[in-house]
Design a protein around this ligand. Sequence first.
Ligand code: GLN
Length: 495
Amino acid sequence: MSASATDLLELSGAGAIEAASAGSVTAPELFDLYRERAVEHGGPDGLNCFTWVAPEAPEGVPVDGPLSGVPLAAKDLFCTRDVPSQAGSRILEGYRPPYTATAVSRLIDAGAPLLAKTNQDEFAMGSSTENSAFGPALNPWDRTRVPGGSSGGSAAAVAGGLAPWALGTDTGGSIRQPAALCGIVGLKPTYGAVSRYGMIAFASSLDQAGPLTRDVTDAATMLAHMVGQDPCDATSLAFPEQIAMPRAEKLDGVRLGVPAELLHPSAELDAAALQPGVRDAFDATLALAERLGAEVEEVHLRHAEHALAAYYLIAPSEASSNLARFDGVRYGMRAPDVDDLLDMYTRTRHDGFGAEVKRRIMLGTYALSAGYYEAYYGRAQRVRTKIAEDFRQAFAGVDFIVTPTSAGVAFALGEKTADPWAMYLNDYFTVPMSLAGIPALSLPCGLSGDGDGPGGAGLPVGFQIAGPAFSENRLLDAAFALEQAIGFDGSPARV
Ligand code: GLN
């Protein structure tokens, strides 16, 4: 190995591909380097960002493929053959599926060996990883704080330099918000762009797999090997064009829309508490975009304020149905010493699911029950349609819609666990795009200044850019131009 280990760990995924192609490191060397680091810093005594680390380099990965042996971390909820896939839940403890999720197998087939599975909120329900049955992951910028969620383990691993890049899933913000809180890039693709086959389902009409990476180029690199129709997922679609490597340096003529309803004072926004340091970093990024040639204007998403309310009916409704399969018969744990079948079902679910999952199953079951279906679920679906229409109308006038990714910077462990509504408000800016099924990316845009609560200064802030369905190439290009101009330094987060 001619390059030093520290030099190699500094590399982005694309940088590591280049180093491997140039012969300055071999795929097995790269794997061992990351494996050692993952074992040393990724477990319960470290960032607790991994639930499993490969005991050795997996066989059969074509490391001469386009991803050149650069190792991959995948969120626990991706089924990975013969490897624990537990979705952060006791009820799936020790479950090793007989097959691998399409998103993962495509990356493996392109030459990225599976290094580790990452910690997450149980069944992807949460915004901090504190709902994981395996304890919370920690934010590498400040270990007394959460890394965000639900893909918090993936974000912490990448920000902490324990994995070159990682896969996450986003149902209402679970890629973008942890990426924002950890100072990395997170992309939620268009719904259907990436197969959901083998993803342990939370809310099927919203779940999407996507990359969490050190930079925009890596997000494009991973995405290029993830997209495409899959016969195993009937909602997957052929991506209409090749994913290109982003190159733009300017934003000339690009129109950015700032949604009035999400950014002007309102009761909900007030509750979501847009922190002054986040607002400042967001405004500074808008000014920078203008200097790059973009036009910034106000747009209206008249129903976006109701997105959270609709999401917290639709997602739990789908979850209550998806989670019915965990009954102790087919997967994972089964309660011992039971009286009869019904007792086995109820005790398994009582012992296996955590509090947040139970809360959502109850909410969802209630919303779907005969007498209330129209009043709750039906109405939420109508709001969802309105929100999708709002976006369509807005995109007639602007290319992208931009917001802060999260109203606040990484919060302290335990700060919001007793208040589910405070936790749900983390998704204020990300949920509208999920309901509309459109792609959105979170880009680190700076560090918060003073005034963001005790110790809140110096933590990363995320800038969210959303575009119409299948606009990923343009979205990545715009994000790339901004990224170069911002020059964000993520290195302080490396452990
Ligand atoms: N935080 C949101 C929730 O708890 C979003 C989670 C997600 O995107 N998986 O539902």
